[in-house]
Design a protein around this ligand. Structure first.
Ligand code: SF4
Ligand code: SF4
Ligand code: SF4
Length: 306
């Protein structure tokens, strides 16, 4: 029996839904797994049932799974405790791996964020920034591996249930788990004709018309839609292999992150855009658009004027 401990940090909960979405294969895995800690499913107080404890209590486990990046000091402490108590630690989802959508906030200085959320928002009565009984925010949003060592990464927003099964199966068999260094384009069935594009359009509905298969479509980027497939790691298609967004007739937005460690998707994508005749400066909000899921690791920083 392998003990599993799961924690959610700065998240939306979608990655937990992905775990539940595993469906029938989860039933095959369950006899070999014992979930000893999982806040989304079981109530477990960190400092004893009435808060009487002085040290954080997270049970020991062979496998630890963390979803979400780190936005406050409590989450930093939880990640540190998870690392101490789990033999193998998996970062699950783009938030845990690269900061994810919340790390778009790394483009702004903290005071501007407080001002927008608590005072300048049209739907909020202006008030002081709350501080009582709340853990202090960290200076920016961190990916999990900026705070503790991570053994395996399952990117995606959310990640694919098939990948969670693959990773858990690998752990149960004592094998390492990693995704190959391939791009979404490598698994995309559309046809590339290497024709130049003159402008970028915004997709508001499926680009592939009803009744037409994605396999018979031209590359969505060559049809004039920004697609981050060339600089994004493959793997979201699961057993089907066809990338999830492409299957739905929509361009890739980059949620599986860089193809390899040390890659710079923004620079690489600007090169890819130039190669089809597009001026990368024509992409609105370029830095955030090309690094929508990867704003931790100091990729997104406040601009000097902000
Ligand atoms: S990676 Fe996406 S689905 Fe998962 S917690 Fe973050 S925002 Fe939610
Ligand atoms: S750019 Fe997008 S649509 Fe074109 S081949 Fe790559 S993943 Fe497919
Ligand atoms: S196609 Fe791109 S954005 Fe869509 S799920 Fe796959 S990696 Fe994520």
């Amino acid at each position: 029996m392998v003990r599993v401990s799961e924690e959610w940090l700065n998240i939306c909960g979608g990655c937990e839904v992905s775990i539940l979405d595993i469906g029938e294969p989860l039933l095959d895995l369950l006899p070999q797994l014992q979930f000893v800690h999982m806040p989304v499913l079981m109530d477990h107080k960190y400092f004893g049932q009435t808060g009487e404890g002085t040290t954080m209590e997270i049970p020991e486990a062979e496998v630890g799974i963390i979803t979400g990046g780190i936005r406050n000091e409590e989450e930093r402490q939880i990640a540190t405790e998870m690392r101490k108590r789990c033999d193998t630690l998996i970062a699950l989802g783009s938030c845990a791996c690269f900061g994810g959508i919340p790390a778009l906030a790394n483009q702004y200085v903290m005071e501007d964020l407080y001002e927008t959320v608590y005072r300048a928002s049209y739907t909020t009565e202006p008030s002081a920034t709350p501080s009582e009984d709340l853990p202090p925010l960290t200076d920016r949003i961190y990916a999990v591996d900026e705070v503790v060592d991570v053994d395996a990464y399952l990117p995606g927003c959310p990640t694919s249930p098939d990948l969670i099964v693959e990773a858990l199966t690998a752990v149960l068999e004592g094998k390492p788990f990693s995704l190959p260094e391939r791009s979404v384009c490598d698994e995309c069935p559309t046809t590339r004709e290497k024709k130049a594009v003159t402008s970028v359009k915004r997709p508001l509905e499926s680009i592939v018309p009803p009744g037409q298969s994605v396999e018979s479509s031209r590359c969505l980027m060559e049809l004039g839609y920004l697609c981050l497939g060339p600089v994004t790691k493959a793997g979201c298609g699961g057993h089907d292999k066809v990338p999830r967004c492409i299957r739905a007739g929509m361009p890739c937005r980059g949620c599986f992150g860089p193809i390899r460690e040390g890659a710079n998707p923004m620079v690489d994508m600007m090169g890819a855009l130039s190669s089809i005749g597009l001026d990368p400066r024509s992409i609105p909000d370029r830095s955030a658009t090309l690094q929508r899921y990867t704003g931790a690791h100091n990729r997104l920083r406040p601009l000097p004027s902000r």
